[in-house]
Design a protein around this ligand. Sequence first.
Ligand SMILES: Cc1cc2nc3c(=O)[nH]c(=O)nc-3n(C[C@H](O)[C@H](O)[C@H](O)COP(=O)(O)OP(=O)(O)OC[C@H]3O[C@@H](n4cnc5c(N)ncnc54)[C@H](O)[C@@H]3O)c2cc1C
Length: 403
Amino acid sequence: MNVEFSPELEAFRREVAEFFATAPTPAIREAGRKTTSVFAPFDQCMAWHQILYEKGWAAPHWPKEYGGTGWSVEQRFIFAEEYRKADLPPLLPQSLGMVGPLLIDLGTEEQKAKYLPPILKGQDFWAQGYSEPGSGSDLASLSCRAEADGDDYIINGSKIWTTYAHHANRMFMLVRTSTEGKKQAGITFLLLDRMDYPGMEVRPIYGLDGFPEQCEVFFDNVRVPQSGRVGEENQGWSVAKHLLKHERGGGNAASPTLMRYLERARAAACETSSPFGGMLADDPVFQRDFGELEADVTSLSHLEKLAISGHEIARDPAFPSMNKTINSELVQRASVMMSKVSGVGGLARQLEALRVGSNVEPQGSEFDLITMPLYLNSRATTIYAGSNEVQRDLIARSLAAGA
Ligand SMILES: Cc1cc2nc3c(=O)[nH]c(=O)nc-3n(C[C@H](O)[C@H](O)[C@H](O)COP(=O)(O)OP(=O)(O)OC[C@H]3O[C@@H](n4cnc5c(N)ncnc54)[C@H](O)[C@@H]3O)c2cc1C
């Protein structure tokens, strides 16, 4: 990929930047600046999704026939860069980034017709019901069961760490439909049309950062239609793994977000005194640490450019695990760097000031307001979507298989 963009691409960049400068409401902008997680504040995020949909830009990574943009690799990268420069809230990943691409690949025509348009329009938001207490890394041991009854399944059991289930109106999930043979062989992939079926209960869990981002979901004789099954009964393991490739490989470039964190840290360091005199940005130790991190983020950026340009590295079976591992560790390092810049300024717990629309003034700067929640929230990046220890095992196995 050519890193010097052509005049046409620079014109495209201006078009994107102009739209981002004018289309978002003040509340959407505030939500973007106050995003301290992969998950942006829900209401403003969905409002922004709908504005992007109207513009035809909600799903740049989807095939054009399903509502994607048909952009070139370079256009997609420019879009991601401008998006982060404008500090806009990221769209939520489960619908556009996971179940949407899965249905495009493996859904029936009825499922695609029913579920893809409301995902694209930002009308539906899906939760991901994979993990259970005791079944995270060892996902195949899951025990939430579904028994066939006429045209329905009856579900009993529970799910945990289900992100934003309290906001979702639909959910995709894995259920145990057989205990015969290998544990992977008795799993089925189901789409649920509602989150308020009789017998279904969602309970939010408060995270380290003070926000209820994850949930527990309980099922007590919940009756759901079998028409929501993706693939055959007991064959859901391969469907589940297919979705994980989208989750770990990602449809969007992560490096622009990381670059934006670094830009914000650099700007704050220019206004923060160093205990050794002058400004923190002039401190040689800060400059060394910052430079190392910036170099690693730049490497990820090049990897992403290779991957989205269709380079063979992205076809390597280990790529999603590699991408997930590098990206999640860089997010943590960037959040540490931001916390170092804030210092004690970031320590105050300011949940009310972080709320979009709050009239509580933050103590310190807006940068100080976000650094600690971002630091605490990002402790989880190396755990979710499959822990990095397990990803390293998968990479090693893939290398050994290719050796
Ligand atoms: C913030 C957050 C959001 C999440 N969102 C969702 C969601 O929306 N939907 C959903 O279904 N799930 C979600 N999860 C669950 C997530 O996928 C699991 O937490 C993850 O897969 C790890 O599983 P576990 O928590 O059971 O840890 P365990 O599997 O108990 O692992 C504990 C430790 O042991 C290590 N370990 C386990 N097995 C091995 C092995 N074979 N080799 C080496 N080390 C090993 C792990 O790496 C880890 O360090 C979320 C989790 C978090 C923290």
